[in-house]
Ligand binder design. Structure first.
Ligand SMILES: NC(=O)c1ccc[n+]([C@@H]2O[C@H](COP(=O)([O-])OP(=O)(O)OC[C@H]3O[C@@H](n4cnc5c(N)ncnc54)[C@H](OP(=O)(O)O)[C@@H]3O)[C@@H](O)[C@H]2O)c1
Length: 294
């Protein structure tokens, strides 16, 4: 298949390109300099130049504080950008996959969210990504929406800069003897390679629709850090942060665990337990283990 990946040099986009290439597909990676989501003419030019059958829109403005400070820019990229891509796809009879987020939920539910739960985002980022989901499903004839959570991959996240959570913990374990991490925010850490594998599988199907697409199980950030240190044999002292010790500038859900109910219903869920995903990530780190196994 001819595949276009928007945001191809991003954390998720780079693994998506790699997975489809390994699958034998012709992959056209589109970076921000190739395509500006907010401009219909830029989207039209970039997609018409490669005429993909399947488009994966991983690109977003997703730095939560920046979205809150500039809602118009966030809406333009996350919602209108999705509309521009979906409208091109509809004209070309192509399929779109839009990457959504767990931040469409408010965290008030005490059990994993399923696709039929009502979304109620707490911040501008979540609102604009929810609008992007709606534009994608309303404007594209054929589409998948995949909500992902707490993603990490070998390519750094461009929007947030710096290190992903795993790499940050490993760095701190080399530099400090103690680290404090919040224990009151629950997610499902999900490796980007697993999401890429899920996209490859779905691209061969006609099961269009909305999917939660995260690793199995859940943990607090404290529990995630504990597993990182356990798996790497780190001796760093890990402590639970006090409530309010790291105040968030923008409201975020305290609980955004997703259940992949719709993927399981069609027997296409490729995800394994989050600990297994973490171990695979650690095993495949370029140039890693010795330095981190103290
Ligand atoms: N990171 C998480 O934990 C998380 C959790 C849930 C959902 N998600 C979703 O997962 C997706 C992928 O995240 P990621 O971590 O891979 O992000 P990333 O590393 O920041 O990559 C995002 C890509 O989008 C491009 N981009 C941004 N604005 C654009 C625009 N207006 N037009 C065209 N391209 C644009 C960026 O290019 P430049 O950097 O050059 O601008 C970059 O290539 C996003 O849709 C995000 O909302 C992420």
């Amino acid at each position: 298949m001819k595949i276009a990946v928007i945001g191809s040099n991003g954390q998720l986009g780079s693994d998506v390109c790699e997975a489809f290439r390994r699958n034998g597909d012709a992959v056209f990676g589109l970076t921000h300099s190739d395509l500006e989501l907010t401009s219909p003419s830029s989207v039209e030019a970039a997609l018409s130049a490669c005429t993909p059958e399947f488009i994966i829109n991983t690109a977003a403005m997703h730095h939560v504080e920046k979205c809150e400070a500039d809602p118009a820019a966030a809406f333009a990229a996350n919602a209108i950008g999705a509309k521009n891509v979906a409208e091109w796809a509809k004209r070309a009879d192509a399929t779109v996959a839009y990457i959504g987020t767990d931040y469409v939920f408010d965290g008030g539910k005490a059990a994993p969210y399923v696709e039929t739960d009502v979304a109620s985002p707490l911040n501008v980022y979540g609102i604009t990504k929810l609008a992007g989901e709606h534009f994608t499903s309303a404007c594209a004839g054929k589409c998948f929406v995949l909500r992902v959570s707490a993603i990490y991959g070998h390519q750094p996240c461009r929007a947030k800069g710096g290190l992903n959570f795993v790499e940050l913990m490993l760095k701190l374990s080399r530099e400090r003897d103690k680290v404090r991490v919040v224990d009151d925010e629950f997610v499902t850490p999900t490796p980007t390679v697993a999401i890429a594998a899920q996209l490859v599988a779905l691209s061969r199907s006609c099961h269009y629709g909305l999917y939660h697409a995260t690793a199995e199980g859940s943990c607090s950030w404290y529990e995630f850090a504990a597993e990182i240190f356990r798996a790497t044999g780190s001796k760093i002292r890990l402590e639970k942060a006090d409530p309010g010790e790291f105040p968030a500038k923008v409201a975020r859900p305290k609980y955004s665990v997703l259940e992949n109910r719709a993927l399981k219903a069609i027997q296409m869920n490729v995800f394994t337990d989050w600990r297994e995903g973490l171990q695979s990530y650690l095993d495949s780190r370029p140039g890693a283990p010795a330095a981190d196994r103290q």
